[in-house]
Write a protein that binds this ligand. Structure first.
Ligand code: AHR
Length: 653
């Protein structure tokens, strides 16, 4: 018996271990003459949050840790302004270091180091080993800069040395003599020899006190060679997903741990030394060096539509647990601050889209981007507890954006779970206010994803569209496995099938640095030198690179257990089929195409399969990746157990 795909059940078929059962015959029938259903062209994207050292020490290419001496016990109980720095006294030199905030470079950046050089000797200075060591590559150039000010004494030239762990000199620059006012000194250094665990030393010899701030070292080779840019290898792996959109900067980071920790976008633009660093809700530090300008630019560089998320005038309901005495739970900005906050939201739209002559568009232009960033989507709120305090503030923001910028699609929030009180109350608000889209989140077991394979089939098409802003199948011990990736793939076929109501979806979280991870599992793990995409990464990549804008109804044999989806990309005319087998039985699939006389039965296929418990980790010697080969649909296909097969047939059908 043949059944439409939406009736298919996937429940209880996932299993661990490799396939051992003989293949079952299955046929898939597709009528190519049907017009199909228009689905979202922006379905598969990414969600970046500065969590797990995703930004500082991760994607943001700055190599100096605590460059502006703003680390504090608020970031992390063991940290202070000098964390990451070490006093150096070479060859008979004598001196000390302290921290001051009396005459800062900028009020947003209050702390600076003061080097007191008593005896010059071979130099008194500061050493920084970056984030777990500085990686330098032979022959490549690095841009160093520092702000310095001579507080007393005649002024001293500063020497910048890049050294290996053993002290070998890898690169050097002599900077001009320090002056009695803050001045920036810069140098470009070509590195003589590669090192994975280098450090930087900044030395002075002239007697007196020198103030130092914003000590920075960047590779010139950043992603797209952007100044103040992103780590090239890591950004490339993200770009290779070919996401249709990117949500940023969080997650919980966006609404913050307490009202004073809400992520305020205006603090993150302009010259980096004037940006306001702050504690990260994930209990470390955010420099804001990767700020709103850099996020928008990265989106543009990778061809992803930007989806910034701003707090809905309330902080996270989990606030206050780590700061003694801090108010606990959700709080709303006082009403007398809400008009300014609403204006801040409107100003972001002007910053992104306004002409270069507008107040905020001019700031974008000053940063080097006179053309608009074409903002289309704006998230307001993240997983918030749906309370009267939330609702009042959300509605103020929503009404203002709708009135002034009807062209912007506001994405509201329906709490942290796929059901329950906040979910229901969030949807009530969405229906009442007619919010164009809402953001649903769920982190569940692989089996949950299979059991909920029909979730969106029954969603009311007259209501808000859905953005599945955070989801991941968590296998046992919160790991990613092939089994979890395949459960996500099966689920993603329903996102395509329901691409008329589900407008966007993004796996979460995206990045995690080994040794600095607060959340598992994540899509991409990395160290300073390695990037390890999980198997789940390849599922995201296969779907994003092979998405369409028209969904075609197909039928499949009952009990095959296959989740399939057929879409057409109207730009290329390509037909794309996705076959997901979460079960233990391989399938011999036969295709019946009707409604077309001259359909080419050949194309390209990518297959992701293996042991269902396979895991791609940083130490995995041979990671599991999709295998690409020609596909001949005329002779049918073998679909392995626990697998995803994506087939692309080129041309106009
Ligand atoms: O993705 C990690 C966290 O999960 C996000 O910050 C938050 O929105 C969710 O709870």
């Amino acid at each position: 018996m043949i059944l439409p795909l939406c009736i298919l059940t996937l429940a209880q078929i996932i299993a661990s271990g490799s396939a051992s059962t003989p293949a079952t015959d299955t046929s898939i029938n597709i009528n190519l003459s049907q017009p199909g259903k228009a689905i979202s062209p922006d379905l598969f994207g990414i969600f970046f949050e500065d969590l797990n050292y995703a930004a500082d020490g991760g994607l943001y290419a700055e190599l100096v840790q605590n460059r502006s001496f703003e680390y504090s016990p608020g970031d992390h109980k063991d940290w202070n302004s000098l964390t990451g720095w070490e006093l150096i006294q070479r060859e008979g030199a004598k001196g000390s270091v302290s921290v001051d905030d009396k005459e800062p470079l900028n009020a947003n950046n209050p702390h600076y180091a003061v080097l007191n050089i008593e005896t010059g000797g071979g130099g008194v200075g500061l050493q920084n080993a970056g984030f777990d060591g500085i990686v330098l590559k032979e022959g490549e150039k690095y841009d160093f800069s520092v702000f310095a000010r001579q507080l007393d004494g005649p002024g001293t030239p500063l020497t910048l040395r890049l050294e290996s762990k053993e002290g070998e000199l890898l690169g050097e620059a002599i900077l001009p003599s320090t002056k009695p006012t803050w001045a920036k000194a810069s140098a470009s250094i070509q590195v003589k020899k590669s090192a994975d665990d280098a450090h930087l030393v900044l030395l002075g010899k002239g007697k007196g006190r020198v103030a130092l701030d914003m000590v920075s070292l960047f590779p010139q080779k950043t992603f797209h060679n952007r100044p103040n840019g992103l780590r090239a290898d890591l950004a490339q792996v993200v770009a290779d997903i070919h996401p249709k959109f990117m949500r940023f900067p969080g997650g919980c980071l966006a609404h913050g741990d307490g009202l004073d920790n809400i992520y305020r976008w205006k603090n993150t633009i302009g010259p980096v030394e004037q940006r306001k660093a702050q504690r990260n809700i994930w209990r470390y530090h955010q420099t804001a060096g990767l700020g709103y300008f850099e996020y928008f630019q990265f989106c543009e560089d990778i061809g992803a539509k930007p989806l910034p998320v701003l707090a809905a005038g309330v902080c996270c309901q989990n606030s206050g647990h780590f700061i003694p005495g801090a108010p606990k739970g959700q709080q709303g900005l006082p009403m007398d601050q809400m008009q300014d906050y609403v204006q801040e939201v409107l100003d972001l739209i002007e910053y992104a889209n306004g002409p270069a002559t507008s107040t905020w568009g001019a700031k974008r232009a000053a940063a080097g981007h006179p053309k608009p960033f074409n903002l289309q989507y704006l998230g307001v709120g993240n997983e918030d507890q749906i309370t009267p305090v939330f609702k009042e503030r959300f509605q103020m923001i929503f009404d203002a954006v709708k009135a002034k910028h009807p062209e912007i699609t506001v994405v509201g929030t329906v709490g942290p779970s796929p059901d329950g009180k906040d979910f229901e109350e969030g949807w009530k608000i969405a229906n009442e206010l007619k919010v164009p889209m809402v953001d649903e989140h769920y982190y569940k077991s692989p089996q949950w994803f299979l059991d909920n394979f029909k979730r969106y089939d029954s969603y009311d098409r007259a209501h808000s569209k859905v953005y599945v802003g955070e989801y991941a199948a968590h296998d046992d011990k919160r790991r990613t496995t092939l089994r979890s990736a395949i459960a996500e793939a099966a689920y993603m076929t329903q996102l395509e099938r329901n691409g008329d109501v589900v407008h966007m979806a993004s796996y979460a979280p995206l990045l995690a640095k080994a040794g600095h991870t607060q959340w598992n599992p994540d899509m991409i793990y990395f160290t300073n030198t390695k990037v390890a995409p999980t198997i789940n990464y390849y599922v995201q990549q296969l779907f994003a690179c092979n998405s369409g804008d028209t969904w075609l109804p197909a039928t499949v044999d009952e009990h095959s257990g296959l989740a399939t989806s057929a879409v057409r990309d109207s730009k290329t005319g390509d037909l794309i089929l996705k076959l997901v087998n979460p079960g233990v039985t391989p399938q011999s699939v036969h295709f019946n195409f009707t409604g077309h006389n001259s359909f080419a039965l050949t194309g390209t296929k990518w297959v992701l399969s293996g042991d269902s418990m396979a895991v791609n980790e940083l130490a995995t010697p041979t990671p599991l990746i999709p295998e690409k080969s020609p596909a001949n649909l005329g002779s049918g296909l073998q679909v392995p157990a626990c697998s995803l097969t994506v087939i692309r047939v080129a041309g106009k059908h």
